[in-house]
Design a protein around this ligand. Structure first.
Ligand code: ASP
Length: 322
C-alpha cells in the first residue's frame, strides 16, 4: 500500500542558499520542492509550504497552526508527517507538537546545518531520512521525533548543542531513541508516555530566566506584573537559587504567578535535594514546581501548553512533573 506522507515546510537553513559573499539567505522557492526523490512507489508526498521563516521567527502561535494542520492529517488519510524547520528553535516546535498531538501517527521534524548549495549540505539527506522514518510502521506511537544526521531523538529531550556542526542535535542524559542505518530504521529505546493537551489557543507572557552566581531580584522583579502567566527558571545545579532572589520569588508566588524550576546543567534532572536558604527543598516548600528532565526552553513550552489548556494548581503541577 502506498503511504501518504504530509510534508510541511516551515523555512530555516534547509530551505536557504548561500550567496556569492557566503551569506545564507531565505529563498522565495524552497529548493527541496524542486527535487525529485527516488521513490520505489512506496510513498506519496503531499507538500505544503505552511511558512517560509527562519526559526528565530517561529512563535507559539505558528507552532499551534502547525499542530492544528497535523491534527487534521490523520483523518485525511496520511500515514505520517515530516516538518522541515530551522534548527535554532526546532527543539521548541518539536516538543510543542509532541505535547499537543495525541494521534499515534508518525511525526518527524528535521532541518539542516548547511544550506542547500553549500559543500556537504545535509538538508536533502536529512529530508530523505526523515521521510524514511515517517513512513516506517515502527514509528507509529513513538511520539514526535527529531531526525538529523541519521539519529532519531525524542522531541521531549533533544537539544541543539553546537552552533555549526552537523552532529549538533543530541539528547543529553537519555541518548537517542534510534538510528537510521543504510536506510533501515532501528529503534533502541522507548520513552514513557505523557499527557497530551490538544489546545486550540496559546496564552502569552510565559517567560524563561536563567540563574547565575550573585543574582538579585532585578530581573524577576521586572516580570512581577499582572500580565505574567508563568516563569520558568533555569536554576543552579540540582535546583538551587541565590538567597537574594527569595523575597522576589515569594512575591511572584503571592501574586499567583506559576514558577517552574529546571536546572541550567546540560545533563540530569532538577530535584529538591538541598535544605539551606535558597536550596531546592526550600524552593519546593515555597510552591515552586520542579519540572523533571526538561531544558529551560522545553519547560517553557510545556508550561505554556499547560496554562493554555487551563490547568491550574495540583493538576498543573502533576502535568509539569510527569
Ligand atoms: N538560523 C537558522 C534557523 O534556525 C539555522 C538553521 O536552520 O539551521 O532558521
Amino acid at each position: 500500500m502506498i503511504k501518504k506522507i504530509l510534508i510541511l515546510h516551515t523555512g530555516g537553513t534547509i530551505s536557504m542558499s548561500e550567496d556569492a559573499d557566503g551569506n545564507i539567505k531565505p529563498n522565495d522557492q524552497n529548493p527541496l520542492t524542486a527535487i525529485q526523490l527516488e521513490n520505489k512507489g512506496e510513498v506519496e508526498l503531499v507538500t505544503e509550504e505552511i511558512f517560509n521563516v527562519p526559526s528565530p521567527h517561529m512563535t507559539p502561535q505558528r507552532m499551534l497552526e502547525l499542530s492544528l494542520r497535523i491534527r487534521r492529517a490523520e483523518a485525511e488519510g496520511f500515514f505520517g508527517a515530516v516538518v522541515t524547520h530551522g534548527t535554532d528553535t526546532l527543539e521548541e516546535t518539536a516538543i510543542f507538537l509532541d505535547l499537543t498531538i495525541s494521534s499515534k501517527m508518525p511525526v518527524v521534524v528535521t532541518g539542516a546545518m548547511r544550506s542547500s548549495n553549500e559543500v556537504g549540505s545535509d538538508g536533502l539527506y536529512n529530508f530523505r531520512t526523515a521521510i524514511t522514518v515517517a513512513s516506517s510502521p515502527e514509528s507509529v506511537g513513538k511520539g514526535v521525533v527529531v531526525v538529523m544526521n541519521d539519529e532519531i531523538h525524542s522531541a521531549r529531550y533533544v537539544t541543539k548543542t553546537h552552533t555549526t556542526n552537523v552532529a549538533t542535535f543530541r539528547t543529553p542524559t537519555f541518548g537517542p531513541i534510534g538510528i537510521v542505518s543504510e536506510g533501515h530504521v532501528n529503534y533502541v529505546q522507548t520513552i514513557k508516555p505523557q499527557a497530551h493537551e490538544p489546545i486550540d489557543h496559546v496564552v502569552s507572557n510565559v517567560y524563561l530566566v536563567k540563574a547565575y552566581a550573585g543574582m538579585d531580584t532585578e530581573l524577576l522583579h521586572a516580570l512581577n506584573k499582572p500580565e505574567t502567566n508563568g516563569i520558568v527558571i533555569e536554576a543552579l545545579g540540582a535546583g538551587n537559587m541565590p538567597p537574594e532572589t527569595l523575597p522576589e520569588l515569594q512575591s511572584l508566588i503571592d501574586h499567583n504567578i506559576t514558577l517552574v524550576l529546571v536546572s541550567r546543567c546540560f545533563n540530569g534532572i532538577a530535584e529538591p535535594v538541598y535544605d539551606y536558604e535558597g536550596g531546592g527543598v526550600n524552593l519546593a516548600k515555597m510552591g515552586i514546581i520542579f519540572c523533571r528532565g526538561l531544558t529551560g526552553p522545553k519547560a517553557r513550552i510545556k508550561l505554556l501548553v499547560g496554562l493554555s489548556a487551563g490547568l491550574k494548581g495540583e493538576e498543573l503541577k502533576k502535568y509539569l512533573n510527569n
